[in-house]
Design a binder for this molecule. Sequence first.
Ligand code: UD1
Length: 426
Amino acid sequence: MDKFRIRGGRALRGTVAISGAKNSALPAMAAALLTAEKVTLHNIPKVRDLITMSKLLAFMDAKVSVTEIPSSDYVIEALTLNHAEAPYELVKTMRASILTLGPLMARAGIARVSLPGGCAIGARPVDLHLTALEQMGAKITTSHGYIEAKAPGGRLKGAHIRFEKITVTGTENILMAATLAEGETILENCAREPEVTDLVHLLKKMGASIEGEGTSTLRIQGADKLRGAEHSVIPDRIEAGTFLIAGAITQGDLTIMHCQPKHLCSLLAKLKQVGVQIDVVDDSTIRVHNGVDLTAADVTTEEYPGFPTDMQAQYMALVTQAQGVSAVTETIFENRFLHASELMRMGANIGIEDHRALVHGPTKLSGTTVQASDLRASAGLVLAALVAQGETIIERVYHIDRGYQDIVEKLSALGADIERVHAPSV
Ligand code: UD1
């Protein structure tokens, strides 16, 4: 397994371009299963989860062609769906494989998708996806680790569904399912993340009739079929946020390009509260520079437009350098503090009480060997390593490769002392 070696203490300076959003690209690729025509997607980031998704689509007999550099363009053509199945071998490496369930049910009326199971940050059930599909008439059984679903008569029926809890991929899955269902579907208590809205934009280009984009109620009129379309996915707000904190934590001066500041409102407000200097230069550029001492500030993760759980680990790394006590409360996932114990091994002073971490700062961090436990925890450890004294080795960086395009190259170009240490091939 590859590792990162980081020697901390350098202020990052320069300009960095943000890649496309992994969490938009994943549902967009799954949406291509809804039509027999070509769907062309631009700005797909070159990260491992997207490679997994293309393998999944290819397994189902979709043709996926990819062009390289600078970011990938994907052309997906799902002329026929001969295997409406997502096998365990692929699902186990990427929970978002569940996003194929809705489109398969919509187009083929049948699907067999491996149950994703838990992950490091919590149990992460898919019960809300399944209950909603059942409300649309699907007959669902789970056996031998697989979800087996069938729509009687081969077509889902429109329904009035209220999600008991806000779920991002659940909203996306059922939205996609509804586009080809018979009649009208009303979805209430939907996730309002920009990635959901981006999917609505793609589906509309494909001919879907959807009202309520950006709100918690979506109204969909099912169509008999959808057509091909061309779409560019939105910039990755979590990658942009991670670089904002990289600039702030190293007392650097970074210009972050190709991002959408409007998707980062809660994070920008919180960083300003901590004392980070932020200039929104225009609608795709933010400058971060940090001349003053940082001050502690509490944060609670929430669904969009609240503070994203996917920025919690990076924020925790930042406030190890802020004066005072910052309470970091996690409300979305039950077990998302694994990075805290690794930060403590680097010298951070953090107390955990259930879903709340109390970070006492500022503390001098010192390099050591740490383990990445999930995608965003790894980003938090990279940020901590950038300010730690001496050398940090981050193990299990395959987690970070799932979601950050060229992170070593991008940080190096900004002046960080970081290298990837390749695992010896066996
Ligand atoms: C998505 C994002 C992930 C982000 C998360 C929360 C993708 C590919 N992933 O994950 O990066 O951290 O949103 O912003 O977009 N839940 C249930 N039953 C369900 C579904 C969810 O109880 O059927 C719970 C989850 O366990 C969690 C909460 O609802 O506690 C929110 O999860 P959800 O929004 O579904 O996260 P994902 O869509 O998996």
